[in-house]
Design a binder for this molecule. Sequence first.
Ligand SMILES: Nc1ncnc2c1ncn2[C@@H]1O[C@H](COP(=O)(O)OP(=O)(O)OP(=O)(O)O)[C@@H](O)[C@H]1O
Length: 245
Amino acid sequence: MSIQLSLNGVNRSFDGFKAINNLSLTVEKGELRAIIGPNGAGKTTMMDIITGKTRPDEGEVLWNQTVDLTRTDEADSANLGIGRKFQKPTVFETHTVADNIALSLKADRGIWATLFNRRTAAEEARITELLELVKLDGDRDRLAADLSHGQKQWLEIGMLLAQDPELLLVDEPAAGMTDAETMRTAELLRGIAGKHTVIVVEHDMDFVRALDCRVTVLHQGHVLAEGSLDHVSANPQVIEVYLGR
Ligand SMILES: Nc1ncnc2c1ncn2[C@@H]1O[C@H](COP(=O)(O)OP(=O)(O)OP(=O)(O)O)[C@@H](O)[C@H]1O
């Protein structure tokens, strides 16, 4: 496997406070990685740095071992194939599930052509494929507004996948989901990994366990521990700062 993303000695302060402190991290292509850690550990700031929303003060952030992500902005990062899903779902509520996916497909057709022209067979096939992947194939003609919170999150993941990103950053997808939705989300992300690299920030430990992937524990802007969930859960420092609370 080759390296998709590497952070090396990254620092970022806000008003003298080190939100990211000598952070080094490597994620392989196709890997599913969970990032956990207490509030204020720097998880969001790390995602902001990867997507070019925030620039580090120091350090190296490399995409595919070649592109310097400290010099890109959010638009560049999207063009490079980095997709980001924020915590709150943002779907087009007045459109159907299938139309939401159609609007996100890479083809440069414009909104009117997308909604009112017949879709090509290839587009239909791609929409079906994406809806199956995010477990919404039975809901394609429903209005997005009528979906449950969990289903809206899946739809937005489908919309991001329609852009065919190499890396998907997902921020606390399980927040506000039912237990059943949470488990389905873990299954869904496991299904996406391999073809895409997926980094998930999450607090829900049942969800992280269900992801069954390598876990990075951040604390005070630094990697405190890394490995399987069982491995990091047995680390006394991790228990002290996070899991034991
Ligand atoms: N733009 C900013 N200006 C000032 N301080 C900031 C800014 N962004 C982040 N911080 C500070 O940096 C620290 C790390 O914040 P960050 O949001 O990255 O943590 P987090 O791990 O995502 O926390 P949470 O789990 O609560 O979302 C916090 O103390 C936060 O207040």
